[in-house]
Design a protein. Structure first.
Length: 133
């Protein structure tokens, strides 16, 4: 019986996607299968020429089908759902200088059932547990 632990974190200011990844709490006492983050990331980097924009869009559409990019002067808005492990790849792809996020939804998929999870051990605000059978 898998369960999704859902919680929200306040906006983050960081210099890289790795910095953001490091600020997301994952319960170490549970059998974590995967972690997703959902929200908007304002990325200061550079102004991308059209061919580079398309190359980045192609990469994102292949690897992150639930995400969108909007290019701006000196950066990118990145919006959607992303696997936590993929944040490192976004550093290589977008080469950020600064990043500010919206509130982020965090979804931690674990092996345990709801009955096996002690809510008091989860150090998140407004945590929800979701299960399916």
């Amino acid at each position: 019986g898998n369960t999704i632990i859902e919680y929200e974190i306040n906006p983050i200011n960081a210099h890289s996607f790795k910095d953001i990844k490091d600020k997301i709490n994952i319960p170490e006492h549970l059998g974590v299968i995967d972690v997703y983050v959902y929200g908007t990331f304002g990325v200061d980097s550079k102004t991308y020429p059209p061919s580079e924009q398309q190359k980045i869009k192609n990469h994102v559409s292949t690897n992150l089908p639930n995400a969108n990019l909007y290019f701006t002067f000196d950066g990118v808005f990145f919006y959607g759902k992303v696997d936590l492990d993929y944040l490192d790849d976004l550093d290589n792809l977008l080469k950020p200088e600064n990043i500010t996020t919206s509130n982020l939804g965090v979804y931690v998929i674990v092996n345990e059932t709801i009955d096996q999870i002690n809510r008091d051990e989860l150090k998140f605000n407004n945590v929800r547990l979701i299960t399916w059978k």
